[in-house]
Design a binder for this molecule. Sequence first.
Ligand code: BGC
Length: 773
Amino acid sequence: MENVIDVIASAHPVPAEPWQIRETAPLGPRAFLHETLFALGNGYIGLRGTHEEGGAAGLEGSYLNGFHETESIHYPENAYGLARTNEFMLNVPNAKCIALTVEGERFGFDAGKLLAYERRLDFRKGVLERTVEWESPRGHRVRIDSRRLVCFGRKHVAAIEYRVTALNFAGRVEVASRIDSEVSNLQAGDDPRVGSAVTGPALSVVGREQDADGELLLQRTRNSGFLLATGVRHAASGATGAGPGEGAHVVKARLREGESLTLHKFIAYASSRDAADADVARLARDELARAAQDGFAHLVAEQGVYLERFWREADVAIAGDDALQQGVRFNQYHLLQSVGRDGRTNIAAKGVTGEGYEGHYFWDTEIYVFPFFLFSRPEIARALLQYRYNGLPKARERARQMSHASGALYPWRTIAGEECSAYYPAGTAQYHINADVAYSIRLYLLATGDFDFIADYGAEIVLETARIWTGIGGYDREGRFCINEVTGPDEYTALVNNNYYTNAMARMHMSFAADMGERLRAERPQDYARVAAAIGLEEGEIAGWRAASGAMRLPYDAALGIHEQDDSFLSKKPWDFANTPKDKYPLLLHYHPLVIYRHQVCKQADVVLALLLLSDEFTLDDKRRDFDFYEGVTTHDSSLSSCIFSMIASEVGYADKAYHYFMETARLDLDNTHANTEYGVHTAAMAGTWLGVAYGFGGMRLTGSGLRFAPTLPAKWTSYRFQVHVQGALLAVTVDAKGVHYRLADGESLAFTHHGTPVALTGSNPDIRMEAA
Ligand code: BGC
């Protein structure tokens, strides 16, 4: 059977336009996918793209990044140390609700006649705009112009403008605005990627304040004990009366033909994750008052200014392919909407657009999303690292539960630091999360040179987490350091010995930890003493890391000339791809895990990812052979896979494949190619799109040996341009048929190589054009 969502997407495609997404018909019960695509967010608040008037097709969802409920995880068959508590992002009250009545007739897409409709989200404005012309069953025509935004510059605030114009009559128009608190999360079903095991209403009302302009609802979560304030405040023009009535704030007008009634609705959410219990209501009230005083137009202008800076520094421009250009910008835009930036929140696999993966944060952050922000908005990347620093105490606790006498083990999936992975073979066993975090700190240092951050926070994370490797690993009879019983990134292979990716990343991690320890001791003895005392670092640990990384076992098959994914991978039976029908993908929904684990089959890039992250450790021939082999056994059932294959394909000169895999990633959500975007966007793939341009076609690498580029131009494009914040500079790289233009857009100097040729730009010599070979 064809996927219903695919049918909808192809029946009502979003037109390919470079700066916006647009919808030309309300999709009624088939709008589930578009409710995700048109979602708004600011890294904290997330509002799905449902209509003010209700009638969600799939899911009426409002979320606050980091605001969660907890539930005990029950295992019919228990074992020691399994994750005990799930944290999941809560669906919070829907504050968008507005009902319109025209001469006593209720507006809805299911009644009367729709004369015109359009909805658009322009990535430069950050405002969801909708125009509707409607004729009521009794023939009254109105135009409804509504605009909605979630303010990038005001964490707690969203706002709506709702304007109704009488087109062919004089009469009564009434707009009723309210907060709907009867919301709930999706229940877990057969797809492990969707829903949570919530067992009842998670929020109960503990207070309600109402005045002439609005209301404030106070609720408390049942288990996690958090307090939540949801507030709204109204301002109207063209009204003859306004005030509370029947559970709503009602605004009435008697319009003449051509006249309008406008309602501005300001919305604020605040919780005890942001303020002390006693201050939560006040925080929401203050934010509302400030927003109302500044006014809707001011909020729109502020939004434009915020986005102008973002695009000026981060825009990726592709000439010659509008659909792709749209995909790339849509992805960048959604990343900005999804990422927490307060140091206490992170970015969920689905951002704040849906409930897939329950609002959990994964390694997706460090390996995919982090580099995007590092090179586009370094201060946001720093906040993501700060989040990991704040998670150290919980990671220490988890390490003790896992019987590690010292060190810290980050949770595979979490919100507030608790390990929430109930299926440990593809969860807790992914110890590589520790090395992924260390990798991001190393990249941060390479890109910013900010050693203060290392001294204050980074070193403690890197050293404390490095200890886990000497804790779980050991030397075999040949003196090789082995790490057994772990799962690498590829979730179709679990609980193996010496997963290549894990070992190679652990090696990087331990030697980085040793470097940082020694540098700190030499350059900042006081900081070193503080960190060493905080983690109880013992004599000889640094030497132990050096020894283990020097002796690390890295599986290699000499006959095939490839790096083996783990000790057992090549001895497994190859998966019978030829006889696997299309509708059996993703395999995880059709085969027991053991069936999958017994075969040579990968869900996603594993060794191939190591080729990218540890680029200098491989020759080009190594990369080509590994790519050829793993391409043949990988299903790309994970949305994290294609972009990595695209980047390595670029590097080894497979231009067509690079383009093909890039296309798979860049429009993954817009085209719903994984058939689950209705439950939320795929933030890792979105960031993988940016990486696909910079690291892939741009050939960028930042390693211990410096910054380099090796741009190529895909045949279908006439040119492309990307920008990177690096080492205090902002560099714009433009590639076209004539060659590559490097321009120092900001900063004093920058040195790098272009296809191996050294280049140095300075303030007085800010750009250079390298002719195409
Ligand atoms: C992937 C993981 C990823 C998770 C969340 C899974 O399907 O296999 O690598 O972390 O999704 O995006």
